[in-house]
Design a protein around this ligand. Structure first.
Ligand code: UDP
Length: 247
């Protein structure tokens, strides 16, 4: 599965067209030879990995690290190696749900507060009627081996883990061995959005790549997390300078 990667602040991001990426995932899923761990990287995830080597190790176990959002694409432009395409995590969840519905694959929703994953599955079944539900579990009832084994016993084809970063990627890295043929992916707050409990930014903001700004004004408690964005930009410029003047 060798394809071009771009190092962005120490994390190798896959440089793939969306279609090509999807084909690779579906191929692996159908062949049932191994499991597939997908990370949807954004500046916050990359800055977390810079701070924590155990988190970085977890990310480096992934089969695919895809650029989720404009931040990473802009970074690739600054670094002089533009990535081919942004692959948004939330859109990817919908793409996989649609594929699962059409190809009789089962899905498990793990994460978010009590009741949310169930509401999200109900909504998903409305949108994708042939979806096979392997199960749901809220993200506050333990994160350990027992929970992982319970989820694995449902033998889901897709495991969507909505525990937020860094928990979700650490969880997948720790327990992926229990899921020999599954696609496992961290989906952050996607269940909150899919269930309708959190509104995604209106198209106006999405079109202008300002989803982050909409989030900041609608959920001001996220402000501190967003400070990582300017820090990320500074790191990207540092990397650019270093590659220009290698020592
Ligand atoms: N969450 C969870 N268990 C925890 C901590 C968080 O299930 O121990 C859930 C939380 O309820 C939310 C998601 O993880 O649904 C994190 O969402 P956030 O919006 O922070 O993620 P983002 O979309 O920004 O990556």
């Amino acid at each position: 599965m060798a394809h071009e990667k771009l190092n962005v602040v120490g994390i190798p991001i896959d440089n793939l067209k969306r279609e090509k990426f999807l084909n690779l995932v579906y191929q692996e899923l159908e062949q049932k030879q191994k499991n597939i761990f997908i990370v949807t990287a954004n500046p916050e995830i990359i800055m977390n990995a810079k701070k924590s080597s155990s988190y970085r190790e977890a990310l480096l176990q992934a089969d695919f690290i895809i650029p989720d959002g404009t931040g990473i694409i802009k970074a690739s432009n600054i670094l002089g190696h533009p990535l081919q395409e942004k692959i948004t995590g939330y859109d990817l969840v919908h793409t996989f749900l649609s594929y699962a519905s059409e190809n009789r694959k089962s899905v498990y929703f793990y994460g978010a507060k009590e009741g949310i994953a169930v509401e999200a599955i109900t909504k998903a079944k409305e949108l994708y009627p042939n979806l096979q539900v392997a199960g749901t579990k809220n993200g506050y009832a333990g994160l350990g081996k027992e929970v992982a084994e319970e989820i694995a016993s449902a033998k889901p084809d897709f495991v969507f883990v909505g525990l937020g970063a860094p928990l979700q990627e650490k969880w997948i890295a720790s327990y992926r061995h229990l899921f020999p043929h599954s696609v496992l992916m961290g989906v952050g707050g996607s269940f909150d959005v899919l269930s309708g409990n959190v509104k995604r930014a209106p198209q106006f903001w999405l079109n202008r790549n300002l989803e982050w700004f909409h989030r900041l004004i609608t959920q001001p408690t996220r402000g501190k997390r967003m400070l990582k964005l300017p820090m990320f930009v500074a790191e990207v410029y540092k990397q650019k300078l270093k590659t220009r003047n290698p020592r």
